[in-house]
Design a protein around this ligand. Structure first.
Ligand code: TYD
Length: 134
């Protein structure tokens, strides 16, 4: 599986405004159990800095822009997300960091499971160690 998996959502808007639709297991690769969203982020305060043992997510920059760094333990890649029609898959066992939020950034994340702190690998050393034990 490639490290960077971008999803392109079809624009359904018209003269009345923009519209995008996310449907579990149709235009994202899993059933949806949770949605969370963030805004009013401090530009200079990055977030994330963890990986998940099992959770799969798709992040969509609904407004503004930010940078997403993905790292599978071997390769790292940073992507600018600045379009509401683009989702980026954060697969399980991918270390991720979010940087450089624009003032107007609204970030929506869709997840295939409920919040579970036990699913987090919250230090890079723990992440690399967990990969080594698989
Ligand atoms: P945190 O994991 O620190 O966010 P980020 O990945 O952006 O660094 O989450 C912040 C707090 O919110 C933390 O106490 C966990 C809690 N939280 C939930 O309760 N439910 C959720 O769905 C998420 C994503 C976080």
């Amino acid at each position: 599986m490639s490290l960077i998996q971008l999803l392109d959502f079809k624009a359904l808007g018209d003269s009345r405004g923009q519209l995008f639709s996310i449907e579990g297991s149709k235009n994202i690769p899993f059933e949806v159990k949770r949605i969370y969203y963030m805004f009013d982020m401090e530009k200079s305060t990055p977030r994330g800095f963890h990986a998940h043992k099992e959770l799969k997510q798709v992040a969509i920059c609904v407004k503004g822009s930010f940078k997403m760094l993905l790292d599978d333990g071997t390769h790292k890649h940073e992507v600018v997300l600045d379009k509401p029609n683009t989702g980026i898959v954060i697969d399980k066992l991918i270390w991720h960091e979010m940087h450089d939020f624009s003032d107007d950034c609204i970030l929506m994340v869709i997840a295939n499971d409920y919040y579970d702190e036990n699913d987090y690998l919250r230090s890079y050393e723990t992440f690399i160690g967990y990969l080594g034990d698989l």
